[in-house]
Design a protein around this ligand. Structure first.
Ligand code: ADP
Ligand code: MG
Length: 436
């Protein structure tokens, strides 16, 4: 294995990495860095938690920024991921490299002021970037490198119009890099439209889309028994730090209330909250809060230390969503557990996930009966305070599919451009499986 020095990186960058405890490259870094340094377009597939962020940031930050005019753009699907990437970059960047982080839900004027200082690196989400281009605050022709993190979701229906627009505005000479843990064949084909003879870099075993250190289990339950199953799992397995994923904001709110009532320390993160509340929740979860109750807004890219358990209150109906959710744990060789509650009608998902994610899933038994009282009390109380919710919950068995597509529309905040937004709505209705 080559060291960072042997890759010809400059001394300041190597020292900055060392100060962050990064002393030798991971496999994806060892292979991606030289390719990016030589200016080649690359598509990188490497499992969750394997170090893809530094694989693209190191070659970008290795440049000599003095006297340069060109800009690097990094695109991410969620605001929190954009923020995380720019935080990692700011810890190792040279002092003369300005970074702008631009995303919706935060003051556009502040972001315009930062862009006026000609940052060399811009990290952001597509919607806000388009707003800034339209306001002539961000000059896309100066963008000479575009990195698309979580590329498969960025080139999927919910984002593709925005991403194509941004790419079409940047320099035609640009250098383009795509990364994800999952790169379906379709993405490789599509990439021909945006890239120049890209190298396809696939790290590790093709079958190994998710980390081997994760143990997967499930329990079959419907309706209010799902709440009982959740409590039983928490009591029996005692997760130290866990994300509980829900399909909709509405369900996330309910579960958040439920766990708080049961005395658990839990924070909430979904697209219906203000941006500052979302960031507050994630910051506290990173610090010492035990549970993060989230929609798929937290499924991609987030790197939080020492998550022990991923809990799917509903097993996702897209195996790729499963892979990315569970990939929030067991990062960099650590161990993790993934537990899913599976509705009676969702049982076929178990085989789909086993096959596509290439994992073993074990059915576990839980003593759900013990928690019947607590659940009944909660449902009765919530009927008083927000009756409709609890009633719906009981009647539909929680986790009905009807809101699933809508969540993705809203999770990144409000849309601004009606024309594009309408197109997006219609494509979402046309059978998009709602990765987010
Ligand atoms: P991915 O994007 O592949 O899911 P990340 O880039 O988020 O993974 O990295 C996962 C974790 O690994 C981060 O906490 C990061 O600090 C750590 N990490 C990355 N590269 C190295 C390295 N060379 N040595 C040690 N830790 C690393
Ligand atoms: Mg990543």
């Amino acid at each position: 294995m080559k060291t960072f020095e042997e890759m010809g990186l400059n001394n300041e960058l190597v020292s900055a990495l060392k100060r962050q405890g990064i002393t030798s490259p991971t496999e994806v870094q060892e292979k991606t860095i030289p390719l990016m340094l030589s200016g080649k377009d690359v598509i990188v597939r490497s499992k969750t938690g394997s170090g893809k962020t530094l694989a693209f940031l190191v070659p970008i930050l290795n440049r000599d920024y003095s006297g340069q005019r060109s800009t690097v753009l990094i695109l991410a699907p969620t605001r929190e991921l954009a923020l995380q990437i720019s935080t990692v970059a700011s810890r190792i960047k040279p002092s003369d490299c300005w970074i702008a982080t631009v995303y919706g839900g935060a003051s556009i004027n502040v972001q315009m002021n930062i862009l006026a200082k000609s940052p060399r690196l811009i990290v952001g989400t597509p919607g806000r970037i388009i707003d800034l281009i339209r306001r002539n605050s961000l000059r896309p022709r100066a963008i000479s490198t575009v990195v698309i993190d979580e590329a498969d979701t960025m080139l999927d229906m919910g984002f593709i119009d925005d991403v194509e627009y941004i790419l079409s505005e940047t320099s035609p000479e640009r250098h383009t890099v795509l990364l994800s843990a999952t790169i379906p064949e379709k993405i490789v084909k599509m990439s021909q439209n945006y890239m120049k003879g890209p190298t396809l870099l696939s790290i590790g075993d093709e079958d190994e889309v998710t980390v081997r250190e994760i143990r997967h289990s499930y329990f079959i339950a419907d309706g209010s028994r799902k709440l009982e199953a959740l409590l039983s799992y928490i009591e029996a397995y005692n997760p130290k730090k866990s994300i509980i994923f829900l399909r909709t904001k509405h369900e996330a709110n309910l579960i958040h209330n439920f766990l708080r009532k049961e005395g658990y320390d839990a924070m909430l993160m979904h697209g219906g909250l203000t941006q500052s509340k979302r960031e507050h929740s994630l910051r506290n979860f990173r610090k010492d809060v035990r549970f993060l109750i989230a929609t798929n807004v937290a499924a991609r890219g987030l790197d939080v230390d020492d998550i022990t358990d991923i809990i799917n209150f509903d097993i996702p109906d897209d195996p790729l969503v499963y892979v990315h959710r569970v990939g929030r744990s067991a990062r960099m060789g650590k161990e993790g557990k993934a537990f899913s509650i599976v509705g009676y009608k969702q049982r076929s998902m178990i085989d789909d996930i086993k096959y596509i994610a290439n994992v073993e899933m074990r059915q576990i038994s839980l003593d759900t009966g013990r928690y019947g009282g607590a659940v009944a009390r909660f449902l009765a109380e919530s009927r008083g305070s927000h009756g409709r919710n609890a009633h719906e919950f009981k009647r539909q068995g929680f986790g009905g599919r009807k809101n699933y597509h809508g969540e993705r529309e809203r999770f990144n905040g409000h849309r601004r451009n009606q024309g594009r937004s309408n197109r997006r709505h219609s494509s979402n209705r046309n059978g998009n499986q709602g990765r987010f």
